[in-house]
Write a new protein. Structure first.
Length: 312
């Protein structure tokens, strides 16, 4: 086998299964329709313990998450069953079991020749794949799905890889735990809802865009006390609420906005800025930016509040 590149993969009995899509369906072939999932476990699953649409794997900014889709026999990580639709961030070497089929996650496995990663999704393709994966899941899970308007916030520690390497594993873990406590206190203060952690950051939602801006600004100021510098990005749009998961194009846009922010900077989309007119929040125009995987160019603004400033 000729190796052309490396990337995230699941390994089963020395077989490398690349995680090459941004959104992948794990399951087995549907004989009635001939539909084959992205990660097809039909062959090793002689006992038919894997559901046709068993689990979902998301790859975002180099981080891989797994969530169960209400399967009959469950999805397990290191022996612990995952609640339906709650994402788990995979770490190197973790054992992931779908039904009775166990695989090992490797973030930098050699991929077979000819496999090309599909990271650059357009918004239309994001919607199409999320719709395909969410169809025909367990009825009790499906009944909890609805759409809602929300402000989505992402936070991210700037230069976290360099910082972690300089501190060592033990000190970094302790600092990260303190950082998480600080962020959660600010979420509670401003009525934010934690959706998930992203390793060294958070995704959260708010019903009030002004509260989201004030929370993000406060997070920046509070974590400075720990000698940590974070980036914060915000966007308001319609999201799909599905069990404990929040998904949709608005989530992707907020994540991409965060990627454009610098250390100690809070960036928001023009959509959010227009919604908080008259709130007393001040904005500095950062111009039009391209957001990876999102069509067009988006006007972004840095926000300033009484809690602090997001400098450029």
């Amino acid at each position: 086998m000729t190796v052309t590149t490396k990337g995230p993969a699941l390994v089963h009995n020395d077989q490398v299964i690349p995680i090459w899509r941004s959104v992948s369906l794990v399951g087995r072939e549907d004989p009635s329709t001939g539909a084959i999932p992205d990660i097809d476990l039909t062959r090793p699953d002689d006992a038919r313990t894997v559901s046709r649409k068993h689990a979902r794997i998301d790859c975002r900014e180099g981080t891989v998450y797994v969530s169960d889709l209400g399967s009959t026999n469950g999805t397990y990580v290191n022996g612990q069953r995952l609640p339906a639709l709650e994402e788990h961030r995979l770490a190197a070497g973790e054992r992931v079991r779908f039904g009775r089929i166990e695989l090992v996650y490797q973030p930098d496995a050699p991929w077979p020749a000819g496999v090309t990663p599909e990271w650059e999704l357009s918004t239309a393709r994001i919607r199409a794949r999320e719709t395909m994966i969410s169809e025909r899941v367990a009825p009790e899970v499906e009944s909890r799905r609805h759409r809602a308007l929300a402000t989505v916030m992402f936070t991210d520690i700037a230069n976290s890889t360099v910082l972690a390497a300089s501190m060592g594993d033990k000190d970094w873990r302790e600092l990260l735990a303190t950082h998480h406590d600080v962020v959660r206190r600010q979420l509670a203060r401003f009525d934010g809802r934690e959706a998930r952690t992203t390793g060294d950051g958070f995704m959260a939602t708010f019903t009030s865009p002004a509260s989201a801006v004030r929370c993000g600004s406060s997070v920046i100021e509070e974590v400075k006390r720990l000698s940590i510098h974070v980036r914060v990005g915000l966007h308001t749009g319609e999201v799909e609420v599905w069990g404990g998961a929040i998904q949709g194009v608005a989530v992707h846009i907020a994540e991409r906005v965060t990627g454009k922010a610098g250390p100690d900077e809070l960036l928001v989309s023009a959509t959010l800025r227009d919604l908080v007119a008259g709130s007393g929040i001040q904005f500095s125009d950062r111009g039009y930016r391209g957001l990876r995987g999102v069509p067009g160019r988006w006007r972004l603004y840095a926000a300033t509040t009484s809690e602090g400033v997001a400098p450029g």
